[in-house]
Design a protein around this ligand. Structure first.
Ligand code: ATP
Ligand code: MG
Length: 425
């Protein structure tokens, strides 16, 4: 026998038992963003590699260690997208959507990062994200946070996520802070782990979110970014906090939160959960006012977030929130005998047409009554419709409830009426 070929490690199949969960989440997301007037953008999965190296930053984890890159047959260096923001900006610049305009966009799709696969961390994973362009104030920062809070509410997991918020100022403010932070860390080199030593000069802000306990203890005495913020940055953050407070959104200010991507400024945030172990960040984002310019467009303020759908589905599963999934079929149609098979296929077509939304599965492959009823039960249907010689002769259909109830015989018209009621449930 030929050897079976396996999927790539960290790249998952989504099988029917899971796709219904994903579809339910996707539907909620689409309805949510539509209710805020956001429009969908779809960009390619592959881009020129330098879009990501320039957009995300050379010394970020993603670009240093996680990118899937390859040379195509023309010798161009391409990359599988590791996130959605750089591509959205590229598309927006290319099609003139950003400068001097307001755009509220969303996207959803697969992303690729070569990380060590584990629970909640995969090599192909999916993100849902929003990106807003042309709005510089804290009001829109607040809107995207209110939108994410509304999502938790709708999904019934409000109690299981919390918001962490910070401001990282603008580039000048960060440069001042950076110098002070490097000077401080250099005095304590012996207490830094290898990663932090490596980042000390390339990306010292990332030392702030080091997972190393020794480094975290050291940071208690480190200079604070807040002390380097100018008036405007402070005001922006304060107003955002007030807007959130007014809307009843709870949050904690986490001065260590800096986010792993280079393009953020001012507002940064994460929604985290304690229910998924180490992979606790479900949704993350912030303001990125310089990226559009950095990627060749005219300066345009921007804010957005990205959410990992795998982590969200995992969280919903862990919390038992998928108890109301749609059934595969509402009715299962069994037919005994050649004439009934022909009539049954037609009847099924008519029912689908006349009762919008009704899910009808026709039994195929023959077999006796017992076998067909077994399949009917397995389909999850509420009702089995039975057509045999007798039914054909009398112009009726036998309707057998599969989850309790009395069997009856109905005309096609009666049946259509009762099925319409079934769809509404
Ligand atoms: P982490 O700290 O967990 O590595 P990140 O900072 O790299 O996350 P972002 O780049 O901000 O994450 O991506 C936003 C969200 O996408 C994350 O909060 C997470 O939910 C999800 N995500 C990121 N990387 C992965 C992955 N490899 N597998 C599954 N989900 C992921
Ligand atoms: Mg990461």
């Amino acid at each position: 026998m030929a050897k079976q070929i396996q999927a790539i490690r960290g790249m998952n199949d989504c099988l029917p038992a899971d796709t219904i969960k994903w579809q339910q989440v996707e539907t909620t997301l689409r309805q949510l963003v539509a209710s805020y007037g956001y429009q969908e953008i779809r960009t390619p999965i592959v881009e020129m590699l330098n879009l990501f190296t320039r957009g995300i930053g050379e010394v970020t984890d993603i670009v240093e260690k996680e990118m899937y890159c390859f040379e195509d047959r023309n010798g161009d260096m391409l990359g599988l997208r590791p996130e959605g923001t750089a591509s959205t900006v590229r598309a927006g610049n290319e099609h003139g959507l950003l400068y001097n305009q307001e755009q509220r966009l969303w996207y959803m799709g697969p992303m690729f990062r070569h990380e060590r696969p584990q629970k909640g961390r995969y090599r192909q994973f999916h993100q849902f994200g929003v990106e807003v362009y042309g709005l510089a104030g804290p009001d829109i920062d607040s809107e995207v946070l209110l939108m994410s809070a509304a999502l938790w509410e709708q999904l019934g997991i409000k109690e299981h996520v919390r918001l962490e918020l910070n401001t990282i100022g603008n580039a000048d403010e960060r440069a001042l802070f950076r110098t002070a932070l490097i000077a401080f860390l250099e005095q304590h080199l012996d207490k830094l782990d290898e990663d932090s030593k490596r980042r000390l000069h390339s990306n010292p802000l990332r030392v702030l979110d080091s997972k190393d306990a020794g480094v975290q203890a050291l940071l208690a005495d480190a200079p604070a970014l807040t002390d380097y913020l100018g008036e405007e940055s402070k005001q922006h953050f304060q107003t955002l906090c007030e807007l959130l407070h007014a809307a009843g959104i709870e949050y904690t200010v986490n001065p260590r939160l800096v986010r792993g991507l280079d393009y953020y400024n001012r507002t940064v945030f994460e929604w985290v959960t304690d229910s998924l172990g180490a992979q606790g960040t479900v949704l993350a984002g912030g303001r990125y006012d310089s990226l559009v310019g950095q990627l060749g467009g005219k300066d345009t303020p921007a804010v957005g977030f990205a959410m990992g759908i795998e982590r969200l589905v995992l969280l919903l599963d862990t919390m038992g929130k998928f108890d109301n999934l749609p059934r595969q079929a509402d009715v299962y149609l069994c037919a005994m005998g050649d004439a009934a098979v022909a009539a049954g296929l037609q009847l099924a077509q008519q029912l689908r047409q006349q009762v919008p939304g009704l899910k009808v599965m026709s039994h195929c492959g023959g077999g006796n009554f017992k076998k067909q009823m077994k399949r009917a039960d397995k389909s999850g249907a509420e009702l089995a419709l039975i057509l045999g010689e007798d039914e054909l002769q009398n112009g009726v259909i036998t309707v057998k409830p599969l989850r309790g109830g009395e069997q009856s015989q109905q005309t096609k018209e009666q049946l259509i009426e009762s099925l319409a009621a079934l769809v509404q449930n």
